[in-house]
Design a protein around this ligand. Structure first.
Ligand code: CP
Length: 304
C-alpha cells in the first residue's frame, strides 16, 4: 500500500507529478461544476486527533470534489475517550470498507506507526512536531504559482522552528526543489544541528528579510510546550514580528506566507497579513487542488 507519511519519503519527480496533477484539479475546481467522478468507488476516513480548521475542511472538500465517499472522525467525540487504542479505532473504521485514512495526530510518527499495522493508504495530515507534508506541498505550489518556480528562490522560515512540523516539511520540500532555505527565530526555538538539513540560520529578522524572496511566518506553538518559553510573547513580537515598519525598511518587495492559524499582532500584524503581497489565502485555496492531487495519485495505486 502506498502512503504520504512525510516529504522525507518523496523525491523531486514525485513533487513535480503532484504539482502537474494539482494544476489540472485547480482548473477543475474553478469550473461552475467543481467535481470529477474519478473516485466514486473510494471511501476515505478523515481522522482528527488534534484540532484543525484548514487541513480538515480542505481534505474533506478535496475528497468530495473527487466524488469519494467521506466519513469524518473527531477523537474528542469518539470512543478513544473510553480508552480504545489507535489501531483498534482504525481497524474498526476500515472494517466498514474504508480505503484510505487521512490522519492528524499529536504524536510524532503516528502515521508511520499506523501504516505498519493497518491495511489502508495513510495520508499524514500533521503528526505532532514532525511533518505536515500536504502543507509543505501547498506552500511550494503557492510559491511556484506566484514566482514561476521554486528552484533558486530564497525562502526564510521565521519563528518557532523547534515545534513546527510545517518548518520541517517545508525544509525537505524546498531543498528537494532547489530553493535556498534559511531559518530565523530566537535561539531557544531553533533545533540544535538544524544546519545539518542544509539550511542557514539567522537570529536577526531584518537581515533574514533583506536576504529572502519569500518569508514564511510561523505561529509560536504554545500548545507543544510544557513550560513557558523564552522569549515571552511580548519579547517575541518585539524581535520577530513582521510589521509594516519592518517591511518598509526593506528596499524590495517580498512574498509573505503563513500556514495559519495566525496570531494577529504576534508573529505578523493584520495590515501585513492582509497586504497584496501576502499569499496566505492563496495557500489555503491551493490546498484543495494539491490534496486532490495527492489523494488521486495514491488512489490510483489501490486495487479496485
Ligand atoms: N495550516 C494548518 O494545518 O491549519 P489547521 O491546523 O487549521 O489545519
Amino acid at each position: 500500500v502506498d502512503h504520504l507519511l512525510g516529504i522525507k519519503y518523496l523525491n523531486e519527480k514525485d513533487i513535480e507529478l503532484i504539482f502537474k496533477t494539482a494544476d489540472h484539479f485547480k482548473e477543475v475546481i474553478n469550473r461552475p461544476i467543481k467535481k470529477v467522478p474519478s473516485l466514486r468507488d473510494i471511501t476515505i476516513a478523515n481522522l482528527f486527533f488534534e484540532n484543525s480548521t484548514r487541513t480538515r475542511l480542505s481534505f474533506e472538500l478535496a475528497e468530495k470534489r473527487l466524488s469519494a465517499d467521506v466519513v469524518n472522525f473527531s477523537a474528542a467525540s469518539s470512543s478513544v475517550k473510553k480508552g480504545e487504542t489507535l489501531i483498534d479505532t482504525v481497524n474498526n473504521i476500515l472494517s466498514m470498507k474504508v480505503d484510505m485514512v487521512v490522519m492528524r495526530h499529536p504524536n510524532p510518527g503516528a502515521g508511520i506507526f499506523l501504516s505498519r499495522h493497518v491495511k489502508a493508504s495513510i495520508i499524514n495530515a500533521g503528526d505532532g512536531a514532525h511533518e505536515h507534508p500536504t502543507q509543505a506541498l501547498l506552500d511550494s505550489y503557492s510559491i511556484r504559482e506566484r514566482l514561476g518556480e521554486v528552484a533558486g528562490k530564497k525562502v526564510v522560515i521565521v519563528g518557532d522552528i523547534l515545534h513546527s512540523r510545517v518548518a520541517l516539511s517545508n525544509i525537505f520540500a524546498l531543498k528537494l526543489q532547489g530553493a535556498e532555505v534559511k531559518v530565523c527565530g530566537p535561539k531557544t526555538l531553533l533545533p540544535k544541528h538544524i544546519e545539518s538539513l542544509g539550511v542557514s540560520v539567522e537570529t536577526d529578522l531584518k537581515k533574514a528579510l533583506e536576504w529572502c524572496d519569500v518569508a514564511n511566518m510561523l505561529r509560536v506553538q504554545n500548545e507543544r510546550m510544557d513550560i513557558s518559553y523564552f522569549p515571552s510573547t511580548r519579547e517575541y513580537a518585539q524581535q520577530f514580528q513582521l510589521n509594516k515598519r519592518m517591511l518598509e525598511s526593506l528596499n524590495k518587495e517580498i512574498v509573505i506566507m503563513h500556514p495559519g492559524p495566525i496570531n494577529r499582532g504576534v508573529e505578523i500584524t493584520s495590515d501585513v497579513a492582509d497586504a497584496e503581497n501576502a499569499i496566505i489565502l492563496d495557500q489555503v485555496q491551493n490546498g484543495v487542488a494539491v490534496r486532490m492531487a495527492v489523494i488521486y495519485l495514491l488512489a490510483s495505486k489501490i486495487n479496485r
